[in-house]
Design a protein around this ligand. Structure first.
Ligand SMILES: *Cc1c(COP(=O)(O)O)cnc(C)c1O
Length: 391
């Protein structure tokens, strides 16, 4: 094969004519931001996910930051998360002045290992360094075992933020991911590589009215209009009070119009992603690759289709496999470099070797293209590229 084939990205948004029309309608309307589409999008996502409240944000990073603030994460606190995630999952705790620590992953699901979490909690209890918040990440759209994490939260007294950036539309034990049945807050991302998009955007879901209120407060400068105006003649309908140090982390109605249009196709997207995954399962099964596994409690949203090269059976390395696929126009990617390998985290004192499972996983993983508009022809081209690798 030559390099003449068109480039197939690892992920891509699906924006249709009707989405564009919905966005244009907002542009011609009275509200570009803080209008009806924002509220509509929030309530539709919350309803779809079986959560009570939805607070939209300009991106999921902002949602994670404010989720930590609403749970009163601050200096002196520790937040634990998975090293196999995007840096934003850990940065949100640092923004609050807290420390971050990492729990190694499960070698089957690539999610935070519940066994490692439990062992780390037992050790932390002895040294009085238990986490205030744990942030499990539903990596690739495959849910973490939330029931077991909830049981540990009840025993050790931490709060839970689910980083469900990959996972809208997926299910855990038959319930939508994001329902917060086992957590305090769940966060989705609507970046264009994710399941549905608003361009940039995110949402935090919760069943707790106070957390809902606090997240809305921090989203918008810490300004409250609920606070009662002092009863004197100099205050009227214009009155507002800033009661916390918040941000402007708002999303626009323009973006939410796109989100509402996309959300209507969520079930089709997830089904299609699962269909594409089945084709890969079938055609890649005989190659020296470890294919994704789905636990019996899970319906994966398949945001990512990750294969691991079984280098005990191959002459080539992960890097050679990556290079060959990219040369053929198959724009594979790698998710994720362990967060604590990043220079910034190394400067905080983290050392290589800290989470051996996450490191071994990272050294073998490749994310191959999977998105709803991936044509059957392109998918079979990708399969052919894999079959022609000089293993
Ligand atoms: C994409 C992503 C984020 C950040 O989302 P943004 O909307 O880009 O801020 C956070 N965590 C994970 C796991 C992600 O994949």
């Amino acid at each position: 094969m030559t390099t003449t084939h068109k480039v197939i990205p690892y992920a891509r948004q699906d924006v249709r004519e009707s989405d564009i029309e919905a966005v244009v309608r907002v542009l011609k309307s009275d509200y570009l931001t803080q209008g009806p589409l924002v509220k509509q999008f929030e309530s539709l996502v919350a309803k779809k996910s079986s959560a009570k409240f939805g607070v939209s944000f300009c991106n999921a990073t902002a949602a994670l930051h404010v989720a930590c603030q609403a749970l009163e994460v601050g200096p002196g606190d520790v937040v634990w998360t998975s090293p196999n995630s995007f840096v934003a999952t850990a940065n949100c705790a640092l923004y609050c002045g807290a420390r971050v620590d990492f729990v190694d992953i499960c070698s089957l699901t690539y999610n935070m290992s519940v066994a490692h979490l439990e062992a780390k909690l037992i050790a932390a209890e002895k040294t009085g360094s238990l986490p205030k918040v744990v942030i499990p990440v539903h990596f690739s759209g495959h849910p973490c075992d939330m029931k077991r994490i909830r049981a540990l939260a009840d025993q050790y007294g931490f709060s839970i933020i689910e980083d469900a950036s990959h996972a809208i539309g997926g299910e855990y034990m038959g319930e939508p991911i994001g329902s917060c049945q086992y957590s305090d807050i769940s966060v989705f991302s609507f970046h264009p590589v994710k399941i549905i998009t608003t361009g940039e955007g995110g949402i935090a879901l919760t069943n707790n009215q106070n957390l809902d209120r606090m997240m809305k407060l921090y989203r918008s400068h810490g300004i409250s209009r609920d606070a009662h105006a002092p009863n004197d003649e100099d205050h009227g309908g214009w009155f507002y009070q800033q009661i916390r140090l918040g941000h402007n982390y708002r999303i626009t109605d323009i973006q939410c119009a796109l989100g509402v249009a996309q959300l209507a196709r969520l079930d089709d997207y997830i089904k299609h992603r699962n269909d594409l995954a089945r084709v890969y399962h079938e055609y890649l099964a005989d190659l020296p690759l470890v294919l994704p596994k789905v636990e019996s409690y899970a319906y994966s949203s398949y945001h990512l289709y990750v294969v691991k090269i079984d280098t005990r059976q191959t002459k080539i390395s992960r890097r050679q496999l990556y290079n060959q696929l990219v040369e053929n126009g198959v724009q594979v990617n790698v998710h994720y470099i362990p967060i604590y390998w990043q220079p910034y985290y190394q400067s905080l004192g983290f050392k290589k070797g800290f989470c051996p499972q996450a490191e071994t996983y990272y050294n073998h993983a490749i994310t191959i293209p999977l998105y709803p508009t991936l044509s059957s022809e392109d998918q079979h081209y990708i399969v052919r590229c894999f079959q022609e690798v000089p293993w």
